[in-house]
Design a protein around this ligand. Sequence first.
Ligand SMILES: [Fe+2]
Length: 133
Amino acid sequence: MPLQWSDEYLLDVAEIDAQHQELLLRINGLIDALEQHHGREVIAPIVAFLEEHIITHFNLEEGLMLVKAYPELASHQQEHRQLIRDFAEFKRIYLAQGASKLVNMKIQKVVNWLLDHLDRTDRKLGTFIMLNK
Ligand SMILES: [Fe+2]
């Protein structure tokens, strides 16, 4: 299932929103490239971009949570760590065996994480930031 950006995900924190949109766009690009059976020369740069973007993005959110003394920083951070592990697992399996059903399952896990995290955990953070400007 491809990821669909929805304005419902907007947190009204411009930098976070821009990075979320980029994240969805790139993950969609990755899913597309896998579905179209592109080779590593296409997939590897997308994976490399995403790895870096995920870290940049989590650093931004976690930095904000720290500055604002967000009470749910620890659990939010734990969810971020889970995605980093899930994405690393996807990459490890892709590099080991190329496109496969298992690789698709791993990327679907990333998609599910993202939809749930945006809808629930980041929304909560967005509300907190709005109330504590
Ligand atoms: Fe987050």
